[in-house]
Design a protein around this ligand. Structure first.
Ligand code: HEM
Length: 414
């Protein structure tokens, strides 16, 4: 693991944002799991789920464990922190990731009609072309900003093209999506971030609304047209629903895929034998992506709250309690994975929870898998190594994402 944490300092097990939790999550969450796979955290004021079986049980239990951020214990925080930012709050509250059934089913069913595995598979040649375009200029350079030159750029171009956003708006989408990501992924929200988030949301809505309207009368072969046309027994997505959920896809797929690509490069750098293995057998690219998602996946945890009293593992959860589903920890649970802290790109079975589980399981999983497998396959073929040269890796202080603050690499041809 990329461990840069000082290890001698006493660890405060309650501190989900402490040095050990941020820099050495395997060890930190492992300690929590040893105490209890479902453990009360007084600082966060909620339950922390680190056991695999308990996490899957919680993800499956969408009837008692709510995702709704505009009701229950998260609502006040959401409303007060963003109350004067009307556009931000209106569109965030339309994101179906934060909705329960039956509304979630209404949106997800319709979005699934447009975002199909086949529509994603059709992107493969274009993804391969983009991977080559971004990877080739790295040859024999020792000062590559991997975020800017590759990991940040690939997902945003792919999702923008898939949706049907015009080419010339790509750069703007990149910036606005990053600003929205800062509101959603980073813990604590100061005024400046919310202000920028509101502007970004306004800009994205203004960009997308005329395109969505045009697609009604003049559909194309893209995701916005697919969402506009999607129908299930007389049910359609409204204009605002299409816009909100297109924005959800831009930001949900952007940071996460960037972190998947980057965390993978770090894992390979620490395990050059696995790079060599993939270089020798490019067919391992798909299982390699699954292993990165398990071993050092981009998402640490997702939050829920209990609508009714319930049992989880050995614990009694009270009505209204917050519950943090730490999938990063579950993915290292020795009860679920043999030798869980070993990075093995051929691991099988590999039932990781890196994309969540249950009704909210990641919509974009096929797209993320496509981008990352094409990226790793090409990079290992093209370069004998992508060496991490960042002197000290740093991770963002957030409970949600496992994200580096930056990644410098050197690309060796031989
Ligand atoms: C490696 C990359 C990715 C990871 C690790 C990831 C992870 C996740 C996770 C854990 C969830 C579950 C949220 C919950 O249960 O509360 C989720 C949901 C979702 N993801 Fe992803 N995601 C990735 C890429 C993408 C991409 C590329 C898209 C683009 C469309 C996307 C769109 C979504 C959407 C729309 C949802 C909400 C699904 C629902 O609520 O039914 N994700 N993702």
């Amino acid at each position: 693991m990329p461990i840069d944490a000082p290890t001698s300092a006493p660890v405060d097990l309650d501190d989900l944002l402490g040095v050990e939790a941020i820099n050495d999550p395997v060890r930190y969450y492992g300690r929590l799991r040893e105490v209890s796979p479902v453990l009360w955290n007084s600082r966060w004021n909620g339950w922390i789920v680190t056991g695999y079986d308990e996490l899957i049980a919680a993800y499956k239990n969408h009837e008692q464990l709510s995702s709704d951020r505009f009701e229950g214990p998260f609502a006040d925080q959401m409303r007060t922190s963003a109350s004067s930012y009307t556009q931000l709050i209106t569109f965030l509250s339309n994101f179906f990731v934060w909705k329960d059934q039956p509304y979630h089913t209404h949106v997800r069913t319709l979005v699934n009609k447009a975002f199909t595995p086949r529509s994603v598979e059709r992107l493969r040649p274009r993804v391969q072309e983009l991977v080559r375009e971004l990877a080739d200029p790295m040859a024999d350079r020792k000062d590559i900003d991997f975020f800017a030159e590759f990991a940040f750029t690939l997902p945003v171009i792919v999702i923008a093209e898939f949706l049907g956003v015009p080419h010339e708006a790509r750069e703007d989408v990149k910036v606005w999506s990053e600003e929205l990501g800062a509101v959603i992924f980073v813990s604590g929200n100061e005024e400046e971030r919310l202000r920028k988030g509101e502007i970004a949301m306004n800009n994205l809505v203004e960009l997308l609304r005329p395109i969505v309207r045009a697609r009604r009368t003049d559909p194309r072969d893209d995701l916005l047209s697919g969402m506009v046309q999607a129908e299930e027994r007389g049910d359609f997505l409204s204009e605002d629903e299409v816009i909100a959920n297109a924005i959800l896809m831009v930001f949900a797929g952007h940071e996460t895929t960037m972190n998947l690509l980057s965390n993978g490069i770090v894992a390979f750098d620490r395990h050059p034998d696995q790079w060599e293995r993939l270089r020798a057998s490019p067919d391992l690219a798909r299982p390699a992506v699954e292993e990165v998602l398990r071993y050092d996946g981009p998402i640490r945890a997702m939050a829920r709250w209990a609508r009714t009293p319930m049992k989880l593992g050995d614990q009694q959860i009270g009505e209204g309690d917050r519950v943090l589903l730490v999938q990063y920890a579950a993915n290292h649970d020795p009860k679920a994975f043999l030798d869980p802290d070993r990075f093995d790109i051929g691991r099988t079975p590999n039932r990781h929870a890196g994309f969540g589980y249950g009704i909210h399981m990641c919509l974009g999983a096929p797209l993320a898998r496509l981008e990352a497998s094409e990226a790793y396959a090409y990079l290992t073929q093209r370069y004998s190594a992508l060496e991490v040269v960042t002197p000290e890796l740093r991770y963002n202080t957030t409970m949600v994402a496992r994200s580096l603050t930056g990644l410098q690499v050197a690309a060796h041809l031989r």
